[in-house]
Write a protein that binds this ligand. Sequence first.
Ligand code: DAH
Length: 342
Amino acid sequence: MASLKEQIEQLTQEINAFAPASPADLEAYRMRFLSAKGLVKTLAQEIKNVPAEERKEAGMMLNGFKQLAEGRFAEFEHIAAAAAEAALPRTDVSMPGTPIPAGTRHPLRVVENEIVSIFEKIGFSVATGPEIEDDWHNFTSLNMPENHTARDMQDTFYVARNPDWVLRTHTSSVQARIMESTQVPVRVICPGRVYRNETISARAHCFFHQCEGLYIDKDVSFADLKQTLYYFVTEMFGPDTKVRFRPSYFPFTEPSAEMDISCTVCGGSGCGLCKHSGWVEILGCGMVHPNMLRNFGIDPEVYTGFAFGMGVERITQIKYQVNDLRLYSQNDVRFLRQFQKL
Ligand code: DAH
């Protein structure tokens, strides 16, 4: 039988020549050399058979052998791990990312934002009020007492729980709340949703959006109203837009007017949008009625003001030729996406 020394020499050669081709090879190596019954342990037990004078040298050889066997194993394990990692699918950082579909702003919000920012530029601030409103703020304080015929102009939704509550029919209710809670002078723009009991069609809806404006101060005149609205229109529809005011009636303003702009589609020569008149109506306005000022303790001898109210759908229709009100609430992304870049 070969001596311990010879065995170690031979196994050392084996280990030096060993190159695992697979994890199974490496496991076989581990079993053969490093396991509980592997050669590193079994050879160590043979040291007792070595003559005493050779034991020291044999012990050193055994130690070297053990270190070699373990060292090579660690080395191979490391190589195998690196190879396994290299085999993993790589992330190609130059590949285009997975698109995350982003929502777009609703066209009505786009236009509302535009209206608001035009007025903000000339010192108006934004005010909002509740959509469920009481009779006082929606009607009575606006110079529309009970049984006033003007209430018939607006088909009102009443809230069943309380006969005094309505879904506000216009944002003029916010005017009332502002006069009630704010010291004059005041200059606000009030965007919001309003409700009317209308049969839904291309031209009517049971809810829509308005923007109300209110300016109260000393010496506010109808000329201020006209100039403010003219500024708005040229900002919104372009510098060539013309305006005209027609006398009208609203209970909360005196005098009252409706404002038309020259048709933005045909420029005035006549088309479907302007019904061949060259003009499209865009808002109602007027000087705040003295009764309304009095309702909120504002002295009409000292303060005057103007107010106006416009439909956001109407402005959007004119600006983007949307011809069916129902499109705004159908949530058809093909429609909504068209406003993506706005
Ligand atoms: N509230 C009116 C409506 O809904 C619009 C309106 C007209 C508002 C004249 C005003 C105004 O502030 O002065 O039809």
